[in-house]
Design a protein around this ligand. Structure first.
Ligand SMILES: Nc1ncnc2c1ncn2[C@@H]1O[C@H](COP(=O)(O)OP(=O)(O)OP(=O)(O)O)[C@@H](O)[C@H]1O
Ligand SMILES: [Mg+2]
Length: 392
């Protein structure tokens, strides 16, 4: 048996840092209009996952545009051609150094080995600019391991290291994952999630026959995409275990429900999970925890809240409440989601209603503490939950 030769223009195998990105940018620049990830991958002879990664980096750097809507498509912008040109094509191997001249005298010391040639290509540092999520919302990257969080997650994907993001509701876990991976497939986990929700199941056709419809885990594996298991810790451990063989070195699973079919993960396949430690029934088992070598705590970024132009008094109240929550005094504090909602409600119904609503959305047991913190921050005597008043 002979190994088929790879296309000369786009050799298979690993490319140097940035080389695939250059090829993808070139492709976009040469093909105006929206382009599907799979088609670019096919044209370049590369995996959809790797091309998806290159595209997210380009888009994250403002060097390509994610076209809103489905399927995921990208198009060149005014910076794309320049991005392609900025990455030097893979440098040819340096010529072998000429044999060292014979020492003139036998006593002469051997010539010192010449230093390794400097690489001609220096990867461009990632820019920390905003990233547009597939739903059109703008995500402001935060720092993770001294780089933009989206960049850090993409690196983990490249290296195949599963990541778990954990933190209270409304702090930005889903947003970060969506911003980092526009090609993701999401499974919203809960106590009723079954193995069939991950691998798929037989469904009946109109003619009475049955077809096996692959589930999100299999699709992500076959298409080299990211599987995001949100609220993974609400899913029964036995169900989650279905995904484990795909996540470890084997990168394959046997689909018992479909005649024992063996599915092997394409390049780019990656699993990332979300976990809400405070939610009733969320249990981070040892088996799950040990599969996610990287676990990142996500909390509300108050600087970001300021940058998003949320009223600083509301932020102050949220901060004070978060401090009291950290010390175990109370159980709830408004997070970024509630602060954004505050700003929205203030814009629609006015400041008084928005303040009252902050108190109204607090859990009963913490409502007094929230009312007190909000009243203090806004210089009010007292704040009552938003309620209907007299007939008008
Ligand atoms: N870095 C960010 N830049 C801009 N907006 C953000 C950022 N992080 C979070 N947000 C906004 O904050 C809100 C809450 O974020 P998100 O839904 O991602 O939280 P979450 O942690 O996934 O919550 P849950 O645990 O309830 O699913 C969203 O409206 C989101 O757009
Ligand atoms: Mg979420």
């Amino acid at each position: 048996m002979t190994t088929p030769a790879a296309p000369a223009a786009a050799p298979k195998g690993r490319l140097g840092n940035g080389q695939l990105r250059r090829q993808v940018a070139e492709y976009l620049a040469d093909h105006p209009g929206p382009q599907k990830v799979g088609e670019i991958a096919k044209a370049l002879g590369k995996s959809a996952g790797a091309v998806g990664n290159a595209l997210t980096t380009l888009a994250g750097n403002g060097e390509a545009e994610l076209v809103p809507g489905k399927p995921i498509r990208y198009e060149a912008n005014s910076a794309t051609a320049a991005a392609a040109a900025a990455i030097a094509p893979k440098a040819p191997l340096p010529p072998k150094p000429a044999p060292a001249p014979k020492p003139a005298a036998p006593a002469a010391p051997a010539p010192a080995p010449s230093p390794a040639p400097k690489p001609t290509f220096t990867p461009k540092p990632a820019t920390a600019g905003p990233v547009t999520r597939p739903n059109g919302q703008v995500y402001q990257p935060r720092a993770l391991a001294d780089m933009p969080d989206v960049e850090a997650l993409r690196k983990l994907r490249d290296a195949g290291v599963p990541a778990l993001l954990y933190g209270p509701p409304g702090t930005g876990k889903t947003s970060l994952i969506e911003a980092a991976f526009p090609d993701l497939i999401t499974v919203a986990g809960d106590g009723d999630t079954t193995a069939a929700d991950l691998v798929g199941e037989y469904t009946q056709n109109p003619d009475g026959t049955f077809t096996f419809i692959y589930g999100p885990l299999i699709r992500a594996m076959q298409e080299g995409r990211v599987l995001f298991i949100d609220d993974a810790t609400l899913v029964s451990p036995a169900v989650l275990a279905v995904a484990y063989p795909a996540m470890d070195g084997r990168r394959e699973i046997t689909v018992k429900a479909h005649k024992g079919e063996v599915i092997t993960a394409a390049d780019g396949f990656y699993v990332v999970a979300g976990h809400n430690p405070g939610v009733h029934g969320a249990i981070l088992t040892e088996a799950l925890s040990s599969r996610f070598s990287v676990q990142v705590r996500v909390s509300t970024d108050y600087d970001l809240a300021h940058a998003l132009k949320i009223d600083s008094r509301a932020i102050k109240a949220a901060r004070d409440l978060a401090d009291r929550q950290a010390s175990g005094e109370i159980g709830w504090a408004p997070q970024l989601r509630e602060l954004l909602a505050y700003a929205k409600v203030a814009g629609i119904l006015g400041e008084d209603a928005a303040i009252a609503n902050l108190v109204g959305i607090a859990p009963d047991e913490d409502a007094d503490a929230v009312a007190e913190a909000v009243a203090k921050a806004f210089g009010r005597k007292a704040v009552a939950p938003l309620a209907l008043g007299r007939q008008i």
